[in-house]
Design a protein around this ligand. Structure first.
Ligand SMILES: Nc1ncnc2c1ncn2[C@@H]1O[C@H](COP(=O)(O)OP(=O)(O)OP(=O)(O)O)[C@@H](O)[C@H]1O
Ligand SMILES: [Mg+2]
Length: 225
């Protein structure tokens, strides 16, 4: 069963400035959303709040199944947020992929298998033993996606996943995100402009002047494997 998220009456303020006040936002299993908005509109802040990494001043984010609670409880294990600049741990590419699996307490044999699948999934096999910090921007983004994929996320937040990437890397990243969607994950992508990743999205949201407006919703249903 997939993950569903519902946010109600989310208000975020910085000092006297109200960044946004969002009455309702729902993300359902199989959804793919493009969150657009100008620089500074609040996209990163909103996605972090939805992912449970930041707190609203008031309002609630509920994720089902498993959890129906206020933001202050633990992060939902099926919700993953990828930073605008991929966060890469020191150590090898393979070690980066193993990191979350170790935290989950998987046996070494299972970790090895999953890491090798993830390397193949993101076509990073040849870089497995390289220091992750030495990767190019595009390779780091693929590594970040593979590290998310290996944890089988139900809902994935991608903050500007193609910023600073060349055309070829954008295409590879879009292919990986498409595979995530085919696998059944719901995905929300923030980007201030259209690109091959946002073209994968069926729901179009605009964050502007503190409000989210939905337009161009296409009811295309994905057939999951
Ligand atoms: N901790 C903070 N304290 C005060 N203001 C903040 C803080 N974090 C963010 N802001 C402000 O909130 C606004 C929204 O920031 P946010 O990073 O969410 O925008 P964004 O839509 O993601 O922009 P971009 O397209 O440039 O990534 C900005 O004006 C920013 O300066
Ligand atoms: Mg941002």
């Amino acid at each position: 069963m997939g993950v569903e998220l519902r946010a109600n009456n989310l208000i975020k303020r910085y000092g006297a400035r109200e960044l946004f006040n969002i009455e309702e936002l729902k993300v359902q299993e199989g959804d793919s959303l493009h969150l657009s908005g100008d620089n500074g509109a609040g996209k990163t802040t909103l996605m972090k709040i939805l992912a449970g990494l930041d707190k609203p001043c008031s309002g609630e984010v509920a994720v089902t199944p498993n959890m129906k609670s206020k933001w202050s409880t633990r992060l939902h294990p099926k919700v993953v947020y990828l930073h605008q600049t991929p966060y890469i741990f020191s150590g090898t590419v393979a070690a980066n992929l193993a990191y979350g699996l170790k935290l989950k307490g998987l046996a070494n044999k299972q970790i090895k298998e999953k890491v090798s699948h993830a390397l193949a999934w993101a076509r990073l096999e040849e870089l497995a033993d390289h220091s992750a910090h030495s990767l190019s921007g595009g390779e780091k983004q693929r590594l970040a996606l593979a590290r998310a994929w290996v944890l089988a996320p139900g809902l994935l937040f991608l903050d500007e996943p193609t910023a600073n990437l060349d055309q070829q890397s954008v295409t590879s990243v879009a292919d990986l995100i498409d595979k995530m969607l085919e696998g059944g994950a719901a995905v929300m992508v923030s980007s201030h402009q259209k690109n091959p990743v946002t073209e994968l999205c069926y729901r179009q949201l605009l964050l502007s002047e503190g409000q989210v407006t939905e337009f161009g919703h296409q009811r295309k249903v994905r057939h999951h494997a």
